[in-house]
Design a protein. Structure first.
Length: 187
């Protein structure tokens, strides 16, 4: 285990189990919602780069409804600029109008990133807009954001890495989610 990690919070098996549950629940919801409308376009699953990559790959393979992939990349201004400011680095390739969108995120922390993205997407008039996050850290929330599907809810404010989540861009490839030792956490 890398030196910065205190302990494993969710093992690869824990994650696989939960992702399978989420995948079948989401598929069921959209199957019911879509009804039998043959003109309805497939669900557009929007992954937020880079952290959602492993989660989106596994989640969508646990889903058995027609769907398409798209991606957005955003960066939060850090340090001297005002906190909560979000910059779009890559926008969607697909037009959104009248489509069902499912945003896939690694973790919702303060909520600023998601809030910004949802505002940008709502004005493009999607048929529906839902959010699925692997992790939710409500103890750190600064803006209220609607989250429809949550993998795991963290109790405290701990910083975690692995399965897409990074610490200075490292550890995204760990197959598990681990808690970073307090001495390596910034706050
Ligand atoms: P928010 O805008 O504060 O909700 O931040 C969301 C983003 O912050 C996530 O997409 C992550 O990239 C990053 N983040 C927040 N908490 C953690 C964590 O515990 N580990 C790794 N990245 C985190």
């Amino acid at each position: 285990m890398p030196e910065i990690i205190e302990r494993v919070l969710y093992s690869a098996a824990d994650i696989a189990r939960r992702v399978a549950e989420l995948g079948s629940r989401i598929s069921q919801d959209y199957r019911e919602g879509a009804g039998r409308d043959p003109y309805r376009r497939p669900l557009l699953v929007v992954g937020l780069l880079k952290g959602a990559l492993p989660f989106m790959a596994d989640l969508t393979r646990a889903m058995d409804i027609p769907l398409e992939y798209d991606f957005m990349a955003v960066s939060s201004y850090q340090g001297r600029t005002s906190p909560g400011e979000v910059r779009i680095l890559k926008d969607l390739d697909s037009p959104v109008g009248a489509r069902d969108l499912l945003i896939v995120e690694d973790i919702v922390d303060t909520g600023h990133t998601l809030d910004h993205i949802l505002r940008r997407l709502r004005v493009r008039d999607p048929a529906s807009l839902r959010v699925c996050t692997l992790l939710d850290k409500p103890a750190r929330r600064e803006v209220e954001v609607p989250v429809h599907y949550v993998g795991f809810t963290l109790r405290g404010k701990e910083f975690v890495v692995g399965y897409g989540l990074d610490y200075a861009e490292l550890y995204r490839n760990l197959p598990y989610i681990g808690i970073v030792k307090p001495e390596y956490q910034e706050t």
